[in-house]
Design a protein. Sequence first.
Length: 186
Amino acid sequence: MKIKMFTRQKVNRLIVTLAPLCLANIVLVALSKDVYKTIGDDGVTVYSDIAPLKESKVEIVTLDNNNRLPAVSPTMRVRPPDEPKLLLAGIRIVTPKNLEVISMGPGDFTVSVSLVPALSDKEELELMMDDKPLSVQREVDWNLKNVSRGPHQLQVIRKRKSGEIVHKSAKVEILVLRPLPARKSR
């Protein structure tokens, strides 16, 4: 007796070929309304979703709903291609982070913001420090130099060149640490 060995490649090909057929059979059985059970003359039981042609003893089997899942409704609305894309407008200070400590040094640091959507030609950004305007520009980074020691609040305002405020970022609190100036001796 000779035993035929299958290579892994042949087994994988067989699985790839049979898997869709098995899944299709399962789906068809699950979706059919009636399942017919017949017992042949030889005692073999056959289940089918097609009624037998010949006159034989047929039993209709009712399947429980235990193995069926309800239809899933989509959670995301599909947007037609001609519908304009809406973005939630906003502005946020990315650096420095809220409650960040600017370490010992000359008091130099960068303020960076994130914008959605990008600035239009008629808009600009205004950096506020301690509720006082510091600088107006179109760039999203400010390089601050020699900021005095102590706590400060930063906020960036997006506004039109006419002065109308479009958005304000949340306020960010920072603490700048700087050495005290040396006292002159007398």
